[in-house]
Design a protein around this ligand. Structure first.
Ligand SMILES: Nc1ncnc2c1ncn2[C@@H]1O[C@H](COP(=O)(O)OP(=O)(O)OP(=O)(O)O)[C@@H](O)[C@H]1O
Ligand SMILES: [Mg+2]
Length: 318
């Protein structure tokens, strides 16, 4: 793995929930147990799986991710276990499955809740006996894998509705790691922003230094349904499009800005212009009519602030 790609898999965040995750990773990485990682989309489940692999004695072996949703039902088994030549229409050549490719390493089964029942039975056998047969083959193949699985669904719910084998669930569940959503660890947002700014400065050859207080405020108020992935994309877009060295409010997508503004509007029977005039006036008052400071808080240029003061006929009280 090159230095650059290793950095891209780094887990960032110093909040209490993240510290607990790091401790858990350190504790279990060296043990040959299967791990089930749960959590909403974009919370870093794959990063955790990679971190466990990196800290295990298998670190020099392969880390092979398989996304069980992305592979159509009928093809999943041949993708995982491989197939013999002529095993089915289209199988023109013998093909190694992911289990063989991950020999002496870690197999990461992403979205395991979408694995079909047939594949689940084979998977259980591999976990218990370390061997399996290829699709269309007789010969047993032995492999040495560590399995880490992830899901953003309620897997236990799938067990109850018989879509997921309970015996498999309990084998995968030897260690459970639950990734907290970003809205429950908002103190990590500033450090994640800095980290992503650094990353995308490199990618896009930019020299962005930081984010304005106002823009950061909006990001702190947002709920982040897409978690860290959503934050990463917001920073990526801002850095890619920017000409300045600071991320200002205007560089953020509307979804981020709407939420906070809606609250203000729904509370009062005012037009947007009236709200704008009131807000500018209150910021000017709070800064003692220091216009440079007010412009910074409002995240607009000094020149634009002057034009707004003129437009709304705002005056300092004597
Ligand atoms: N703590 C973190 N520090 C740095 N980057 C992170 C962190 N958490 C997530 N990311 C980044 O966010 C993106 C999503 O992370 P990842 O793919 O691990 O999420 P996931 O939980 O597997 O999501 P999904 O369920 O959608 O597959 C990746 O680009 C990853 O690098
Ligand atoms: Mg993932």
């Amino acid at each position: 793995m090159s230095d650059n790609s290793a950095q891209k898999y780094e887990l960032v965040g110093k909040s209490e929930p993240m510290r607990k995750i790091y401790q858990l990773i350190d504790k279990i990485a060296g043990l040959e147990v299967t791990v089930l990682i749960s959590g909403e989309s974009g919370t870093g489940k794959e990063l955790v799986a990679r971190a466990i692999h990196q800290k295990s004695k298998r670190k020099d072996g392969p880390f092979i991710p398989v996304n069980c949703v992305a592979i159509p039902d009928g093809l999943l088994e041949s993708e995982l276990f491989g197939h013999e030549e002529g095993a089915f229409t289209g199988a023109t050549r013998k093909k190694k499955g992911k289990f063989e490719l991950a020999d002496k390493g870690t197999l990461f089964l992403d979205e395991i809740g979408d694995m079909n029942i047939g594949a689940q039975a084979k998977l259980l056998r591999i976990i218990e006996e370390g061997k399996f047969e290829q699709v269309g083959g007789e010969k047993q193949i032995e492999v040495d894998n560590r399995i880490i699985a992830a899901t953003n669904r309620d897997l236990l719910g799938n067990v109850k509705s018989s879509q997921f084998r309970d015996d498999l669930y309990y084998r995968l569940d030897e260690v459970k790691i639950h990734m907290p959503p970003l809205r429950e660890r908002k103190e990590d947002i500033p450090i994640l922003i800095d980290y992503f700014i650094g990353m995308f400065n490199k990618d896009f050859d930019k020299k962005v230094k930081g984010i304005s207080d106002t823009a950061l405020n909006y990001l702190m108020k947002h709920d982040w349904p897409g978690n860290v992935r959503e934050l990463r994309n917001v920073v990526k877009r801002a850095v890619a499009l920017m000409e300045t060295d600071t991320i200002w409010l205007e560089h953020l997508p509307v979804e981020i800005k709407i939420h906070t503004e809606e609250v203000v509007i729904s509370n009062q029977n005012l037009s947007l212009e009236e709200i704008e005039a009131n807000h500018i006036e209150s910021v000017l008052r709070s800064t003692d009519w220091n216009k440079s400071k007010a412009a910074r808080i409002l995240d607009i240029s000094r020149h634009r602030l002057d034009r707004k003061i003129e437009k709304y006929n705002l005056k300092q009280e004597k």
